[in-house]
Ligand binder design. Structure first.
Ligand SMILES: Cc1cc2nc3c(=O)[nH]c(=O)nc-3n(C[C@H](O)[C@H](O)[C@H](O)COP(=O)(O)O)c2cc1C
Length: 382
């Protein structure tokens, strides 16, 4: 880690990221939707959960490691899929994947990544692939087949965006797709010369502006252009039958992401899914969604122990990881936390974010008297 990176928690990385990025890019990474009540609710709900520590448990050798899909991870966390990481850092998807691989943490490649699967897979480590269906279903299946061929262990299908979310700020900033140049974003970019040189400048000399990289050449469009027919994500006509067909096609672990209702978790289990992610997309999809830590207990009651239950949305501290596990999650996904690290300092910043969350998880466990993840349970909650 760069010696000058005096970031002692995720909030420090966030502040550094905010300063480094043009406002429009920062807003894309950070903001929620509509009134952003959902984002605040996610955090407030974590803060409302309190703990009741045990003492004198001999916590000199706390082990926060656990297994996800039968394989050991250093603590119960994986990196969530986050599209367009390449706008935060040059080849940001690769930096995320490398840091995750070095830490032994699984990394989820997003359908909306700006590097293609082969380019990211060179990072090694445990790779998962997240699917948004493109309008062209055959294309979606081809990308899924490719993810399998490249060794992705799990397929995550994101279901909480049946229609595009209402992100009003994008109309003002112009930082949407297609990207629209206006007075505000021109000034914004020009007043962030370091980002312009180190991110956009490097793309300019190495092949140009990032595009939706998982599309075949005929459908790729630069972020400055609209998508050609078939190349837009389209999920409003998806139903359980479509997901069942995909389950039959995918031989690896199969996970539905973005569930909040226990009956949907039961349907996921019935169709043969290996896991669900209790997620409201970090408050980026539906502003009124229940906080995930509040939705978790009913889902655990419905399917816990029968499939892997992940939780995301609002994880900023190791104590959040511990609370989720105490309430029955097998592991959490982190979206923005590693992105803050990425924007702050590239791969080293992501490494820092993961290490902060890991060490905070271990410290919280020690404070609670929990020596192993198996000992983190409801009895430790306030
Ligand atoms: C900038 C950004 C891009 C995202 N892109 C995707 C994506 O491409 N696919 C997806 O399933 N989820 C995406 N998400 C949602 C994350 O996978 C995850 O559910 C969410 O970030 C968790 O909340 P957190 O950011 O508070 O950790 C994105 C989130 C962010 C912040």
């Amino acid at each position: 880690m760069a010696a000058d990176l005096s970031c002692y928690n995720i909030a420090d990385l966030r502040e550094r990221a905010r300063r480094r990025l043009p406002r429009g890019i920062w807003e894309y990474a950070e903001r929620g939707t509509e009134d952003e009540a959902g984002m605040a609710r996610n955090r407030a709900a974590f803060e409302r959960v309190t703990v009741r520590p045990r003492v004198l448990r001999g916590v000199h050798a706390v082990d926060p490691s656990t297994k996800i899909f039968g394989k050991r991870v250093p603590f119960p966390l994986a990196l969530a899929p986050t599209g367009a990481a390449g706008l935060l850092w040059y080849q940001g998807d690769l930096a995320l994947a490398r840091a995750a691989a070095a830490a032994g943490v699984p990394f989820t490649i997003s359908s909306a990544s700006t590097m293609d699967l082969e380019q990211i897979a060179v990072a090694g480590g445990r790779l998962w692939f997240q699917l948004y269906y493109w309008e062209d279903r055959a294309l979606s299946h081809a990308v899924v087949d490719k993810a399998h061929a490249l060794g992705c262990e799990a397929l995550f299908i994101t279901l909480d965006m049946p229609v595009p979310p209402n992100r009003e700020y994008i109309h003002r900033s112009g930082f949407g797709t297609p990207f629209k140049l206006n007075a505000r974003n021109t000034l914004d970019v020009l007043t962030h010369p370091r980002w312009l040189a180190r991110v956009m400048g490097r793309y300019a000399v190495s092949g140009g502006i990032p595009s939706q990289a998982n599309l075949p050449d005929r459908l790729r469009a630069k972020v400055t252009k609209g998508a050609p027919p078939g190349a837009l994500f389209k999920q409003d006509d998806l139903d359980w039958d479509a997901i069942k067909q995909l389950r039959e096609r995918w031989p690896g672990k199969f996970v539905l992401k973005g569930l909040l209702h226990p009956e949907d978790a039961e349907l996921a289990l019935a169709l043969g899914a290996d896991g669900v992610v209790v997620s409201n997309h970090g408050g980026r999809a539906l502003d009124s969604s229940i906080a995930t830590i509040d939705a978790l207990p009913d889902i655990v009651a419905a399917v816990g122990g029968k499939m892997t239950v992940f939780l995301d949305s609002g994880v900023r501290r190791g104590s959040d990881v511990v609370k989720a596990v105490a309430l029955g999650a097998d592991a959490v996904l982190a979206g923005r936390a590693p992105l803050y690290g990425l924007a702050a300092a590239g791969e080293a910043g992501v490494t820092r974010a993961i290490e902060l969350l890991r060490s905070e998880t271990a410290r919280t466990m020690a404070m609670l008297g929990a020596r192993t993840i198996a000992e983190v349970d409801k009895s430790l909650l306030g």
